[in-house]
Design a protein around this ligand. Structure first.
Ligand SMILES: [Fe+2]
Length: 294
C-alpha cells in the first residue's frame, strides 16, 4: 500500500515529486520507511504544498534521521535551534552573497558529513533562483574504466575553504569558528550505505588535496572529475514553488543555487541538515588518519 503519489522528475529518476502528504502531522513508522526507501532511489524528494513552522520543518526532517548542527550558528531561524536560514544578503553596497552559488555538497569538511539537507520556502523571488542537482551515481557509472581504476582508493582532504574554491565562503563568527570540526578525509569513490551503489564524492569549494598526490596533479584530476560530473545529462533542476519542502542526499548528489533573480527581491528558505551514521565515518576516519600519521 502506498501512502502518497510519487512522480519522477527526470528520465533517469533523479528527483521525485511527492504529493498527498501533510508533513505538519505526525508520520507513522511504516510511512517513514517508505519515504526513506524512495529517497535512496531518487536522491531528491520534493514535497509539495507544505506550510511548516520551523519546529514542524525540523520534525519533518527527522523522518530521515537526527538533525546536524550547522556551521553558521548566527543565522538560526527562530522557533527551532537546528533550523537555519538561507537568504540573499547584501554584504557591501550593491554586492550580494548567494549561499551555495556553485557546485558543492554541504559540510563535506565535517569528519562525518550530513546524510541530507532540506529546504523549505519562506519567500521566493518572482523568477529565477532554481537549485540544480547532479547525480553522482550516474557520473561515476559513466566514467571510463581507466579512470575508475585510477581513482579507486584515493582519499581527499576537505577543508573549511579549499585553496581552489571558485567562491569565497561566508565569514564565520567567532563562536562558529570555535565550533568548527577538524577537516574531513573522504574517499573520492564511496559506496552508498542505503542503495549499495558507488558514487563520486566531490566538492569544489572544500576539496583541498588528495592524499599522496602533488597538488597540481590532484587538482587537475579533481577538475576533470568535476567537469564530467556536472554535465547537464546528470541533472535535475528544481524550480521553486511556495510550499515546497525539498530534501536531497548530500552523498549522491552535488547541488548549486542560482543568483539569477532581482536582488531587490528576497529568496528566503529554512534549512536543516540530517546526520549521517557516525559509525560509518568514525571507522573510515580512524583508518585514514592512521594511514597519514604512519
Ligand atoms: Fe548547499
Amino acid at each position: 500500500m502506498r501512502y502518497y503519489t510519487m512522480t519522477p522528475m527526470t528520465r533517469h529518476g533523479t528527483g521525485a515529486e511527492i504529493s498527498g502528504l501533510d508533513l505538519s502531522r505526525p508520520v507513522a513508522d511504516a510511512l517513514k520507511k517508505q519515504i526513506n526507501a524512495d529517497f535512496a532511489k531518487h536522491h531528491v524528494l520534493i514535497f509539495r504544498d507544505q506550510k511548516l513552522t520551523a519546529a514542524q520543518f525540523a520534525a519533518a526532517g527527522e523522518i530521515f534521521g537526527p538533525l546536524l548542527s550547522q556551521h553558521h550558528k548566527d543565522i538560526r531561524a527562530t522557533g527551532h535551534p537546528e533550523v537555519f536560514e538561507i537568504r540573499n544578503t547584501e554584504v557591501a553596497p550593491g554586492k550580494y552573497q548567494i549561499a551555495g552559488e556553485s557546485w558543492h555538497t554541504d559540510h563535506s569538511n565535517h569528519p562525518c558529513p550530513p546524510r541530507a539537507t532540506a529546504l523549505h520556502t519562506v519567500s521566493l523571488p518572482s523568477y529565477g533562483g532554481d537549485t540544480q542537482f547532479a547525480n553522482m551515481h550516474l557520473a561515476y557509472d559513466e566514467l571510463p574504466d581507466a579512470m575508475k581504476r585510477r581513482i579507486e582508493g584515493l582519499k581527499a582532504i576537505h577543508a573549511w575553504e579549499s585553496r581552489y574554491t571558485p567562491r569565497k565562503m561566508r565569514k564565520l563568527s567567532d563562536a562558529s569558528a570555535r565550533a568548527l570540526p577538524p577537516s574531513g578525509v573522504h574517499p573520492l569513490v564511496r559506496v552508498h550505505p542505503d542503495n549499495g551503489h558507488k558514487f563520486l564524492y566531490l566538492n569544489p569549494v572544500r576539496l583541498d588535496a588528495i592524499i599522496g598526490m602533488e597538488d597540481s596533479d590532484a587538482m587537475a584530476l579533481v577538475n576533470e572529475l568535476i567537469a564530467h560530473a556536472t554535465q547537464q545529462k546528470y541533472e535535475y533542476r528544481h524550480k521553486w514553488v511556495m510550499g515546497d519542502m525539498v530534501i536531497w542526499d548530500d552523498r549522491s548528489v552535488m547541488h548549486q543555487a542560482n543568483g539569477d533573480y532581482d536582488m531587490k527581491e528576497i529568496r528566503h528558505l529554512y534549512r536543516i541538515m540530517i546526520q549521517d551514521d557516525p559509525g560509518l565515518w568514525v571507522t573510515e576516519g580512524k583508518k585514514t588518519w592512521t594511514a597519514i600519521a604512519t
